[in-house]
Write a protein that binds this ligand. Structure first.
Ligand code: NAD
Length: 373
C-alpha cells in the first residue's frame, strides 16, 4: 500500500504534509512512501533528504494514485477527480469553506479526513493539529512584531543610558496566546494578557505575565464544555472595550489571538484605540483570517495607520514552515496509527473511536458529518 504527499499549490502555503523523519515511521506501518517532486522545497526539505530516508520521488499523477494521499490544504477539483475510489485523503481540508468539493469527494467515494477536527481530548493530543500549528503561530507573531518594532524588547542598562523594556499585551490566551506570552517574556518584554475565560489567569501568571480581565457574572460562565470561549453579550463587550482602551495606550505591542470557533473573531481593538497608541507601536492580528480582532487589519498585509503598524499576515504557521511541517507530519502519523491495523496492516475505520468518528468527513459516497450539511 502506498502513501503519498502532494506539493501544495496555494501561494502562501509553504508547509508540506510529510517530512523526511516520518518516512521510517510510515514504512513500519507497512507503507511505501511517495513524495511529489519538490513538495518539500519551500519548507526546507529538498528531494534528496526524502530519498536518503527511503521515500520515492514521484509525479503528481503517481501521488494521486496512492491509497493514502496527504496534503496540507485540499487539492483542487481536477486533482480530486483523479483519486481512486476509497483513497484516504488526509489534510486540513477546511470543510466550512470547501463545501464545493463535497460532490466530488462523494461521487469518487473518497474517504476524507479533516485533521483540524481532531477532538481536544487528552488521548488525541499527539494528533492535535490546531495546537501544534497555533503554538508556532503564537511564537512567530512575536517575532513578526519584533521585526516591525523599531525598538528593543529587553531592558538594557548601557553607558549611554537605559533602554526600557517593551510592553506587550496579548489578547486571547489559548494555545497561540500562551506561546506569544512565553516568547515575549523570553525576549525580555513586560507582558500582560487578557481573556474572557478566567481559567487562563493562572496560566498567564505561571508564565510571568500580568493578567487583566473584566470579571462579572457572565465571565464566570464564559467557557463552553469543550474549553472554548463563548460569544459575550453587548454589555460585557462594552466593559471589556473600556478595560482594553485604558490599557492599550501604554502598550508598545499588542498580539491579537482571540477566536470563537465557527464564528467571526471578536472585535477587541477599535480604530480609536489604535490611534491612542504611540507612533512606532505594533499590532499583530493573528485572527485576521477569521475577520480580525482589529478592523484595521488586512489579510496578508502590514498596514501603517498613523505610525502604528498593523500586521495581518495570513497562514502564520506557514512562516515557520520547517517546524510546522515536522509537527504536522507527526500529527498525521499518530492519527494514521489509529486507522492502520498493526498486525495485518489494513485500513480499518472504527466508528466507535471518538477520534476517527469526529474527523472522517466523507466515506462510501456519503457526507458523514451532519454539521457541514
Ligand atoms: N487536547 C487538549 O486537551 C487541548 C488541546 C489544546 C487546547 N485545549 C483547550 O482548548 C481551549 C481553546 O484553545 P484554542 O487556542 O484553540 O482557542 P481559540 O483559538 O478558539 O481562541 C483563542 C483564545 O481567545 C479567547 N477569546 C475568545 N473570545 C475572546 C474575547 N472576546 N476576549 C478575549 N479573549 C477571547 C479564547 O478564550 C481562547 O483562549 C483552551 O481551553 C485550551 O486549553 C485543549
Amino acid at each position: 500500500m502506498q502513501i503519498s504527499a502532494l506539493k501544495e499549490n496555494f501561494n502562501n502555503e509553504n508547509r508540506v504534509a510529510l517530512t523526511p523523519d516520518t518516512i521510517k515511521l510510515f514504512q513500519r506501518l507497512g507503507l511505501e512512501v511517495l513524495i511529489e517532486d519538490g513538495a518539500g522545497n519551500n519548507s526546507g526539505y529538498p528531494n534528496d533528504l526524502y530519498e536518503a530516508n527511503g521515500a520515492k520521488i514521484a509525479s503528481r499523477d503517481q501521488c494521486l494514485k496512492a491509497s493514502i494521499c496527504l496534503c496540507v490544504k485540499i487539492p483542487n477539483d481536477n486533482d480530486l477527480q483523479q483519486l481512486n475510489e476509497n483513497t484516504v485523503l488526509i489534510g486540513i481540508l477546511n470543510p466550512y469553506e470547501n463545501k464545493k468539493y463535497f460532490n466530488t469527494l462523494n461521487e469518487n467515494k473518497i474517504i476524507s479526513c479533516c485533521m483540524e477536527l481532531i477532538p481536544r481530548i487528552s488521548r488525541a493530543q499527539s494528533m492535535d493539529v490546531l495546537s501544534s500549528q497555533a503554538n508556532l503561530a503564537g511564537y512567530r507573531s512575536v517575532i513578526d512584531a519584533a521585526e516591525q518594532f523599531g525598538k528593543a524588547f529587553p531592558m538594557m542598562m548601557t553607558a549611554a543610558g537605559r533602554v526600557n523594556p517593551a510592553k506587550v499585551m496579548v489578547l486571547g490566551v489559548g494555545v497561540a496566546g500562551l506561546q506569544a506570552i512565553a516568547t515575549a517574556k523570553r525576549l525580555g518584554a513586560v507582558v500582560s494578557a487578557t481573556d474572557v475565560r478566567s481559567a487562563t489567569k493562572e496560566q498567564v501568571e505561571s508564565l510571568g505575565g500580568k493578567f487583566i480581565m473584566v470579571e462579572d457574572e457572565e465571565s464566570s460562565n464564559a467557557e463552553t464544555e469543550g474549553g472554548y470561549a463563548k460569544e459575550m453579550s453587548e454589555e460585557y463587550k462594552q466593559k471589556q472595550a473600556k478595560l482594553i482602551a485604558e490599557t492599550i495606550a501604554k502598550q508598545d505591542i499588542v498580539i491579537c489571538t482571540a477566536l470563537i470557533p465557527g464564528k467571526k473573531a471578536p472585535v477587541l481593538i477599535s480604530q480609536e484605540m489604535v490611534e491612542s497608541m504611540a507612533s512606532g507601536s505594533v499590532v499583530v492580528d493573528l485572527a485576521v483570517e477569521a475577520g480580525g480582532n482589529c478592523p484595521l487589519s488586512k489579510e496578508g498585509e502590514v498596514v501603517d495607520h498613523r505610525g502604528v503598524k498593523i500586521v495581518g499576515y495570513a497562514n502564520v504557521p506557514g512562516r515557520v514552515a520547517k517546524d510546522a511541517s515536522a509537527l504536522y507530519a507527526k500529527n498525521i502519523f499518530n492519527f494514521l496509527s489509529l486507522i492502520i491495523n498493526k498486525d495485518d496492516k489494513k485500513i480499518n475505520f472504527n466508528w466507535e473511536d471518538e477520534i476517527v468518528n469526529a474527523v472522517t468527513l466523507t466515506h462510501e459516497g456519503k457526507l458523514r458529518l451532519e454539521q457541514f450539511n
